[in-house]
Design a protein around this ligand. Structure first.
Ligand code: NDP
Length: 278
């Protein structure tokens, strides 16, 4: 019988996941179906009921997108360390009657930066803007990348200070700061915009002094062309600028490999989905 997978979110019309996983399945000759499910927002337990109905119908795994990542994490029986630090799941696997939660957002981001863009983070100064779900999911993979310095700036300082404590408990280190402190911190080799500011065409209050012409700037949002953040980076002379389409495809490849035991190629799918920045 064909194995069933799906992505669940609300809204879900914009999702690229069926196209990505369909391409992966074709390339790796895996017999599976992959659909998009619009999850119910209410009542409170309707999301879990939808997931359980999918499992009862033969579902093997799910990708989870906004706004259900916290609910997916909460209903899992087993959680990876990355998912636990994020408090959120972006992928579920249904194994022997148990729901296993993973979070591949961070590992997908790091793979895109280090492998696809050829920017190893080891010994580099790295600045991350934002302290939401995507950053929480990315912290362990970022720490594993062994940057010389990892700084996380956020408007709400309490949020990022909490992350410092959680990361310390996992044996890692990062420096938390507010945007007002960045001016005095000099240039960074890599600046990652992991805020959601670009979704509304806004610019996080980052000073242009953080950018290095020999460094890089990465925008997690994708398909938005030159966002205000990428524009500021480019105006500061940064040549290496990229958006998050590679992260999207890489996190999907991680989930696919987890579910199917075979790692798909990502380059052709990234190229197919890339919307040029200019
Ligand atoms: P969250 O809603 O969890 O967090 C949003 C973060 O953005 C918060 O830290 C918030 O700060 C900050 N923020 C929002 N607006 C501004 C602003 N105007 N100035 C400064 N900071 C701001 O979002 P996620 O972490 O889930 O997503 C973040 C981004 O990552 C989005 O653009 C999303 O589309 C993208 N993403 C991309 C993925 C991919 O595969 N490429 C995967 C997942 C996410 P505060 O805490 O102070 O309110």
């Amino acid at each position: 019988m064909t194995d069933r997978y799906a992505v669940i979110g609300n809204p879900i019309g914009h999702t690229k996941s069926p196209l990505i996983h369909g391409s992966f399945a074709q390339e790796t000759r895996q017999d599976l179906s992959y659909t998009a499910i619009e999850g119910p927002l209410e009542p409170q337990d309707a999301f879990a009921a939808t997931v359980r109905a999918f499992i009862a119908d033969g579902g093997k795994g799910m990708n989870v997108t906004a706004p259900f990542k916290l609910k997916a994490f909460a209903m899992a029986d087993v959680r990876s360390e990355r998912a636990a630090l994020a408090g959120a799941a972006n992928a579920l696997s249904f194994q022997d009657g148990r729901i296993v939660a993973e979070n591949f957002d961070g590992v997908g981001l790091v793979r895109d930066i280090e492998i696809n863009l050829n920017l190893p983070m080891a010994d580099k100064r790295v600045l991350v803007l934002g302290a939401g779900g995507a950053v929480r999911g990315a912290l362990l993979p970022f720490i594993a990348a062994r940057a010389a310095e990892l700084v996380v700036a956020n408007r709400n300082l309490a949020k990022v200070e909490l992350l410092v404590e959680q990361v310390a408990a996992s044996g890692g280190a990062l420096l938390a700061c507010g945007y007002g402190e960045l001016e005095a911190m000099g240039r960074f080799d890599l600046v990652v915009n992991a805020t959601s500011a670009s979704l509304t065409g806004e610019l996080p209050p980052v000073p242009s002094s953080v950018f290095s012409p020999t460094g890089a700037a990465y925008e997690l949002a994708y398909g938005k062309r030159l966002t205000p953040f990428l524009r500021v980076a480019r105006d500061a002379g940064v040549l290496g600028i990229a958006d998050g389409v590679g992260m999207l495809v890489e996190q999907a490849a991680e989930a696919f490999a987890w579910w199917r035991g075979v790692r798909p190629e990502t380059r052709a799918v990234i190229d197919r989905l890339t919307i040029p920045l200019d």
